[in-house]
Design a protein around this ligand. Structure first.
Ligand code: ADP
Ligand code: MG
Length: 262
């Protein structure tokens, strides 16, 4: 039986698909058998990031009862199994999200970890994905609208009995308007599993249809995702980029008082 982990956010565009795809590959790099499923059946874009677009049979066919789950599973980078949602609107119209739970159970038997890329918001697919998952990871941006939407997902996950592993703070550029990790942990009352910086390599990799951790493994965002994956599987990983300590007022004050003295 796999551990099913839903990647959810509340707010759209926080980086769920980017994190889901790259975390899946990162976990595979650490020796896990991993599958990643696109539960965003309306806005499917996992397949674009994974370089697997245009596959003939997709999750929408399975949800429409026209194909078996196994027919919709494709091998992606690092042997990660990918279940794309399919970008055909016509197929989406016929899909029945209620069947998602059955599908998730079937994939569970094939891998160690199943990553589920959820749609934004708390619609039917998110609810089904959350209730069928063992755990959820929230992908948030360091701004208040993202955090308040994540709170709704946390409330629902709690009600459904889904374990909340924590939050990943994505697109951090350390400018003064951003919420700090400490503030985010205080508001959400869940641990922050990792911080992924704003990184132009993310967009470049997406444009090439090659996952970031494959195309730019040394980039700051890829390194951050590898570090999170290592934490999840309990192995030690030394990122190539040392995080810059943010020089806040206290740090500057201490430096001013004691700097120079040896
Ligand atoms: N760390 C990052 N640095 C720069 N761009 C990012 C980062 N994470 C995500 N993006 C960009 O943000 C947009 C939304 O990301 P996506 O993963 O599709 O979000 P979601 O699945 O939550 O809607 C994409 O254009 C993606 O390339
Ligand atoms: Mg998405």
């Amino acid at each position: 039986m796999a551990t099913a982990i839903a990647i959810a956010s509340g707010k759209g565009g926080t980086g769920k698909t980017t994190i889901a795809a790259n975390l899946a590959i990162a976990l595979a790099k650490f020796g896990k058998k991993v599958a990643v499923l696109d539960a965003d059946i309306a806005m499917a874009n996992l397949e674009l990031i994974m370089g697997l677009e245009g596959k003939p049979v997709t999750l929408n066919d399975v949800l429409a009862g026209r194909a078996s789950v196994r027919e919709a599973i494709y091998k992606g980078p690092e042997g990660v199994l990918v279940i794309p949602a399919g970008i055909s609107l016509e197929k989406f119209r016929r899909a029945n999200p209620e069947k998602l739970e059955e599908v998730l159970k079937e994939i569970n038997d094939l891998v160690d970890i199943l990553i589920i890329d959820c749609p934004a918001g708390i619609g039917k697919e998110t609810l089904i994905a959350l209730s069928a998952s063992d755990a959820v990871i929230l992908v948030v941006n360091p701004e208040i609208s993202s955090i308040s939407d994540a709170l709704k997902v946390i409330a629902i996950a709690k009600r459904l009995g889904t374990q909340i592993l924590g939050a990943i703070v994505n697109r951090v550029s350390n400018d003064s308007t951003e919420l700090s990790v400490k503030a985010i942990e205080t508001i959400l009352e869940v641990p922050v599993l990792g911080v992924v910086p704003e990184d132009p390599h993310v967009r470049k990799a997406a444009a090439f249809g090659t996952p970031l951790v494959i195309m730019y493994p040394d980039s700051p965002a890829a390194q951050a995702i590898m570090e999170i994956a290592a934490k999840l599987v309990g192995v030690k990983y030394e990122p190539k980029y040392k995080k810059k300590e943010k020089e806040n007022f206290i740090t500057r004050l201490i430096k001013g008082l004691f700097g120079g003295r040896k």
